[in-house]
Design a binder for this molecule. Sequence first.
Ligand SMILES: [Zn+2]
Length: 704
Amino acid sequence: MTGTSALNRALREYFGLEQFRPLQAEIIAEVLAGRPAMAILPTGGGKSLCYQLPALMLPGVTLVISPLISLMKDQVDALVARGIRAVAINSQDTAAEGRAKLDALAGGEVKLAFVAPERLSNSAFLAACRRIAISLLAVDEAHCVSQWGHDFRPDYRLIKDFHGAVGAPPLLALTATARPDVRDDAMVQLGIGDARVFSASADRANLWIGLEACTTVAEKRAKIAHLARTSPGSVIIYAGSRKDCESLADLLAGELAEPVAYYHAGMSAGDRTAVQNRFMSGLCRVVVATNAFGMGIDKADIRAVIHACVPDSLEAYFQEIGRAGRDGLPSACTMVLVQGLDVKLREYLLGQEQVTGPALESVFRRAQAVAQAGGGLLPAEGNDDSLTLLVVSHLQSLGHIELLCRSSEGLEVTASRPIPAAALGEVRRRLTEHERNRQERFRRMRSFVYLGGQCRRQHLLRYFGETVPPQAEACCSTCHPRPLPSDLAAAAAAGASRKKKPPARSGANAQSATLGPQEQTALFERLREWRKRKAHEMGVPAYIVFGDKDLQSIAEAAPRTLDALAGCRGLGPVKLKQYGSEVLAEIAAAVPAPEPAAVRVSRAEMLARAGELFAGGLAPAEAAVRLERAESTVFEYFLDWLAADETGRWKQAVRLVISPEDYRAIRQGLRAHPEGPLSAVYAELGERYTYEQIRVARAVMAKA
Ligand SMILES: [Zn+2]
C-alpha cells in the first residue's frame, strides 16, 4: 500500500533521518498494512518511530497508551517542535484542560494522542474516541499488561475492551525487554495472540557486564569511589534506599572532589527535575540514585552504570544498565556488592513492600465508603499512594470503580454502585499472585548475583529467551577483565571528536585523504579490480560485493580507518566487517599516507581532547601516547587544562604527577623563591623533583 520510497521520504522530512534502524521498516509496513504486531526493540532501538511515522501517514488519529506521564510530555514536546500535532491526556490534567484536549481530538486537530491507561475507562474519553477515526492503537511498555512482567499495571487490562469499543483498529504493542512467556501472555491479554512478532536482539555488545564482590562495606565504598573517579563520561550509581543514596553521594563528593548529586522519590518534583537537568547538561557528572532515576534518561555518553545494590529483578537490572553507552561506545556496568549482605538487604526491603492483610483491608474499606457515596477523594496513606493506587487499579479493572484524577492529595474516583464485599477476596487473590511472581523474579536476580563461573551476558540473554555466542570484545567479568579506564576514556574522546568532525562523506576529514580527480579515478579503478577478484573468489556477481556508486563514494572519501569507511555509501555493519580491512588495504596501497592526522587538528581541539583524557584519569605521559604527541607538548596541555578546569577534576589529575607530600615539599621551595627562576627552586629542593613537578605545584598554588 505504501512504497518504501514514501516511507523514506517521510523519515527524512519529519525526522531528518536517512535510514531505518533494524526492524523499524518491517514493523511500520505491517502496521500500515492494517495488521497487529508485537515489537520488541531494545532501549534506544527506535521504538517510538514505529508509531510516530505511521501516525503521519494514516488518515485518522493514532492513540498511544503509555504509563509514564513525564515521558509522554517529553515526546509531545518533541513532536510539536517538529510541527506534528500531538497531545498528552492523563490524570494530571485539570477538568478544563481535559475537556479542551478532548475537543481538539474530536475536532480532528490532533494526529497523535498519548493517553495514560487509567483514562481508558473514563466515559467522556471513550465517548470522544467513538466520534473520531482511530487509525492505530499503539501500546507502549506492553509488558505492563502481563502480571508475569516486572511492571504489571492492572490498568493495562482495560486496553482489550477499549480496543473493541473503538472499532478494533490495528494494534501495535511495543516493549524493550520481555521474556517469551511475558510476551506471549501480553499478546493474549491485549487480544492479539496471533500477531506477528518482531524481535530484535536485546544484546548490547558495547557494554561490559561485571560484578565485583567485596568482603566489607568499607572495601565496597572504596571500590565504587575508584570506579566513579576513573570512569570518563557520566556515571550513574544505583543505591538501594533513599538514605543510602544521600550518604553515598556525600561520601563520593568528598572522595572525588567534584559535585555528586543524588536522586530519589522522596525529593520534591522540582529538586528531582533540577538534578536530572544538571546531569543531562553535563554540569554534574556523577549521580547516585534509587531506581526512581532513569525513566527517560537518554544521555549518550554514560560510560558507567554502577550498582551498589541488588535490583529486584533481572528486567529492572537490564533496563538500568541499558542506560550506559547509548552512543555505542564501550561502557562498563559493574555491580559492586558485599553479596550476602546486599542480597539480604533487598530481601528485607521487598518484605517491607509486601502488602499485609490489615493494610489492604483498610484501603478496601475506604474505597468502599467512597464508592457508596458515588465517588470522591481517596486520600493517600501517609505520603505514599502506591498501595491505594494498586487496589484502585484492580477495582477498576474489575469494573467496580473509575479513577478520575491522581493528585498529591490522593486519588479521585467515581462509582455508579457500591463495591460488593466479595471484591476484597478477588483483589487479595490478585495481590497474592503478584507477590509470588515478584519473589520468583527476585530469585532469578539472586542467582545472577551468585553466578560463579558462567558468562554473565549469556545468562542475562538466556533469561530473555536469546542465545548469543560470547562476545569477542569486552564481554563480562567472567570472560574478560574489566576494561581499563583509559580504554573508556579513549572511547569518550573518540566520541567527542567524532561529534565535532563532519561526517566522512561530506568531505575532507582527519581520517580520510582528500584526493585530486586523477587520484580518485585511479583509486576507483583499483577498487573495481579488487571487487572483480573478490566476486570471482566468492562466486557471486560483482554488484553483490559493492555497487559502482558505493565504490565511487569510497574513492571520493579515501578513508583511512574503519570508522571513516563506515561513513561511505553502502557500508552497513555486515559489509564493513566482511570487506572493511581489505578495502582499507587497497586504499593504503593506492594512495600514499596523508600527513599525520593530528596535524590537521587545531590546538584548541587537541587541548579539549587531552582535557577529557586527564579528567578521565590519564597522566600526561599516558595521554601523550594516546594523542600521538610529544610528552612535552601534552605536558603543556596539562598545565593549561589545570589552570582552566572548573569542575574540580584537576585535583585528582594532579595526584598522578605529584603526591600530596611532594606538593607540600615543593610548595616550601616555591615560597622560598617567590619571584626567582625555577632553577633556584630546583636547587633549593636538592634536585629531588623534576621541573615538571615544580611547575605543576606552582599551577596548583595559583589555583588556591
Ligand atoms: Zn561473558
